[in-house]
Design a protein around this ligand. Structure first.
Ligand SMILES: Cc1cc2nc3c(=O)[nH]c(=O)nc-3n(C[C@H](O)[C@H](O)[C@H](O)COP(=O)(O)OP(=O)(O)OC[C@H]3O[C@@H](n4cnc5c(N)ncnc54)[C@H](O)[C@@H]3O)c2cc1C
Length: 529
């Protein structure tokens, strides 16, 4: 396994450095910061030093005061690369993967990407994190937000296996301490710090340097992978409704992770009509003797139920390239299948929204989606890269082995609204992309204040798909603040962790966990507005 040997503990990149333009932005080209410097951090001790120096320097520009931490740079909002950022501390040089006999756990450094973790952990240990499909997503953000992917219905969320975390935190006197917090820590405050990292989201409590995982699951030796698509032009509104309904009902009805159908994971790519195709990707455990039958029955239940004829996928769909040659399910080694879905793609500008669904979409919601995707509304809107992606959910996710800070544990679908554009597009075009995604989302969840509020049909939003519109009462008319939508009843507890470990609120962004206000005292409060 790899270690960070030979990597300098700190490399400082200032605006005159030729590397600066590559490093003052992340994956989402919408956000470009102008920090005094970006610091590449190669070791936990280097992290503590870099953080200490950053929080003890006076800002050169009054408008740039935030110190932010980056791992894979995939944040959807401007939390890392905002205009108000003074320093970016980038942990990507710290990407080692190893077994730690002292903690009896696998250690993954915070700067590793998904692919690095998969491709280093699996060959040497036979284990894997049940994480996301995008190669270049970093552990720092991904794990702390919950981290889910194609193995999650079978094996749960990445945080279900998180045993320990090492975090550089800032004390009230601005000194920095490197804290190791374990799940069974004798110190209750450190146990709470670990808990907060099992779903509380990145950028909230400190600078994470390493994660340790225990009892990591073994992925299947082989999986069956399918990728197909239908021509958009073959769909009527009824066909579209039949597809979305059949898909939702399948996952509502197949939730037992012991059954092959309960392990099956799928992504339905409801692209805008201008894409030309609607896509489906599905994967099931091929080591399971019932896996092949489960895939067949799933395809019959979804593809077999509608008039449009499916074929090979040929168009890119959102974050994923076309998954080709897989119209007929193919048996592939798990790592090879994971590679086939490399969703890193081109760096573009993007806006995203999310929803957890406890029930399949209603007919009214499907009609709204049809109207926006199919150009009944926004008749002159053209964007191949506007889509509603509906992921299967639940199974093992809904049977967590222990308490975590991921509060959504009974949903059957997880939806991601996505819209992409190129940085060179004029402001008027960008406004249209953003208006489209805001509008389709608001109309879909019109009966619960324009957002998937906490109720018997919907269960809030995914903190790793952040959306600052949730802060804005013109887009969120529900009773549920953004913090409730992400964290539900865990929010007061997260605020107490914040108060204990980041009392100066060094780690902050538009949706960071708020320290309790003075009048709330140390009880944590339930969330100021
Ligand atoms: C193409 C694409 C595909 C995706 N697919 C999936 C998926 O399949 N499943 C899924 O669950 N999610 C997925 N995501 C969402 C992804 O999990 C989040 O965007 C995640 O937060 C990214 O983490 P990062 O480290 O790459 O991002 P960054 O931009 O580096 O960080 C994101 C947040 O975490 C904080 N952070 C990062 N590193 C640290 C650290 N070391 N210490 C403290 N805070 C830190 C940042 O300050 C920021 O607030 C996808 C995102 C993209 C862009």
């Amino acid at each position: 396994m790899t270690h960070g040997h030979g990597i300098p503990p700190l490399t400082t990149i200032t605006p005159s450095d030729k590397r600066y333009p590559a490093l003052n932005r992340g994956f989402n080209q919408r956000w470009i910061a102008r920090p005094d410097y970006v610091r590449m951090v190669g070791s936990p001790e280097g992290a503590a030093r870099a953080l200490s120096e950053a929080v003890n320097q006076a800002p050169e520009h009054p408008g740039r005061t935030r110190v932010t931490v980056r791992s894979g740079g995939h944040c959807y909002e401007d939390f890392v690369c905002g205009e108000d950022v003074r320093v970016i501390l980038d942990v990507s040089p710290m990407c080692g993967v190893s077994y730690d006999p002292a903690l009896e756990a696998y250690c993954v450094e915070a700067g590793a990407t998904n692919w690095h973790a998969y491709s280093h952990l699996y060959p040497l240990s036979g284990r894997a994190l049940p994480g996301g499909s995008c190669y270049s997503v970093g552990m720092g953000g991904h794990i702390t937000g919950g981290g889910y992917g194609l193995l999650s219905r079978q094996q749960g969320l990445t945080v279900d296996y998180l045993y320990a975390v090492e975090v550089a935190v800032v004390r009230p006197d601005r000194s920095v301490e490197l804290v190791l917090a374990t799940r069974d820590d004798p110190d209750p405050d450190r146990r709470e710090l670990l808990w907060a990292h099992t779903g509380g989201g990145g950028g909230n409590f400190g600078m994470i340097t390493r994660f340790w995982f225990r009892d990591l699951p073994e992925p299947p030796s082989n999986v069956l992978l399918t990728g197909l698509s239908w021509k958009w032009s073959d769909f009527t509104k009824d066909d579209f409704a039949a597809l979305v309904t059949a898909y939702g009902e399948y996952f509502r009805d197949h939730q037992d992770p012991e059954e092959p159908s309960g392990k099956l994971f799928a992504m339905l790519k409801l692209n805008h009509v201008s894409n030309g195709e609607i896509g489906l990707v599905a994967q099931v455990d091929a080591d399971d003797p019932g896996g092949e039958r489960a895939m067949k029955e799933f395809l019959e239940a979804v593809d077999g139920r509608i008039k449009p004829k499916s074929g090979q996928m040929s168009a890119p769909m959102g974050e994923h390239p076309p998954v080709q040659g897989l119209r007929t399910p193919r048996r592939l080694p798990w790592l090879t299948a994971t590679q086939a879905l490399n969703g890193s793609g081109e760096n573009r500008c993007g806006k995203y929204k999310s929803a957890y669904l406890r029930k399949p979409f209603s007919r009214a919601q499907i009609e709204t989606m049809w109207a926006y995707l199919g150009k009944e509304h926004y008749t002159d809107y053209v964007n191949k890269e506007a889509l509603i992606q509906v992921d299967s959910y639940g199974g093992a996710v809904n049977q967590p082995p222990r308490e975590t800070a991921v509060a959504q544990r009974d949903s059957v679908l997880k939806v991601q609204y996505q819209v992409y554009w190129k940085r060179v597009e004029p402001e008027s075009a960008v406004e249209k992309h953003i208006a489209w995604i805001r509008d389709v989302y608001r109309k879909t969840f019109a009966s619960s204040g324009g957002v998937p509020a906490i109720n018997d049909a919907t269960d809030g939003c995914y903190v790793n798909y952040p959306d600052v519109d949730l802060n804005d009462p013109s887009w969120n008319h529900s009773e549920d603040r953004w913090s409730k939508l992400y964290y539900k009843d865990d929010y007061p507890r997260l605020r107490r962790v914040k108060e204990r470990w980041d009392p100066l609120n060094v780690f902050r962004n538009q949706q960071s966990v708020e320290p309790p206000t003075r009048s709330e005292g140390s009880g944590g409060g339930s969330g100021a507005s």
